[in-house]
Design a protein around this ligand. Structure first.
Ligand code: TMP
Length: 212
């Protein structure tokens, strides 16, 4: 079955993912692709309701395991109602964060069991795996400073401290090293236009390749 393309944007806080996701969406739309620009947690009505539970409130509101379950409840609704239908009709889906964020934030940054995360990936995500994952890399202090300066990022996760964000960075780089066919590391310290061109350089070759 021919389907569209699924591209996820991943990385720590303040790396400019959302800006770049918008730019890529505009570029692909201008070329005539149907583009669905979406985000996690969220992206569907039900998942956005779950997002409110996740991103607001004190840092210790949920354990990492509870967060994992909430992320995956949101992810399942998002996949069923938005991502899978869009891919089935041949659209390019650009998702600001996807399952690698759970591996990094709840698994490496928190203490959610790897076996639980792996089982959820198998049974909840299944075959809806990104064709390309762009991992935005930035030193953790720089990312946090940028996120705070822009008033971006979500309070509960930003409150977790620098050591947590250093673990996240290492986890994302570890994912990229383990899955080089799916992942490309993007040096997010460069200026906005340079980052956009790097993203285009890794994205464009993937658009033509038939997926099944
Ligand atoms: P955002 O700031 O990129 O919109 O993401 C909201 C927060 O949710 C961000 O701090 C990362 C966090 N998050 C997780 O902890 N696990 C996940 O699986 C996802 C998708 C996001």
């Amino acid at each position: 079955m021919t389907r569209g393309r699924f591209i996820s944007f991943e990385g720590g806080e303040g790396a400019g993912k959302s800006t770049q996701a918008r730019r890529l969406a505009q570029r692909l739309t201008a070329l005539g692709h149907e583009v669905v620009l979406t985000r996690e947690p969220g992206g569907s009505v039900g998942a956005e309701a779950i997002r409110d539970l996740l991103v607001n409130g004190p840092a210790e509101r949920w354990s990492a395991t509870t967060e994992t379950l909430l992320m995956y409840a949101a992810r399942r609704d998002h996949i069923e109602r938005v991502i899978a239908p869009a891919l089935a009709r041949g659209a390019v889906v650009i998702c600001d964060r996807f399952f690698d964020s759970t591996r990094a934030y709840q698994g490496a940054g928190g203490d959610a069991p790897q076996a639980l995360i792996a089982a959820l990936e198998t049974h909840v995500v299944g075959a809806v795996i990104p064709d390309l994952t762009l991992i935005f890399d930035l030193p953790a202090p720089e990312g946090l400073a940028r996120a705070v300066a822009r008033g971006e990022g979500e309070a509960r996760f930003e409150a977790k401290g620098l050591a947590f964000h250093e673990r996240l960075r290492a986890a994302f780089l570890g994912i990229a090293a383990a899955e080089p066919a799916r992942c490309a590391v993007i040096d997010a310290t460069a200026d906005i236009d340079t980052v956009s061109e790097r993203i285009w350089a890794v994205t464009e070759p993937r658009l033509g390749k038939a997926a099944s």
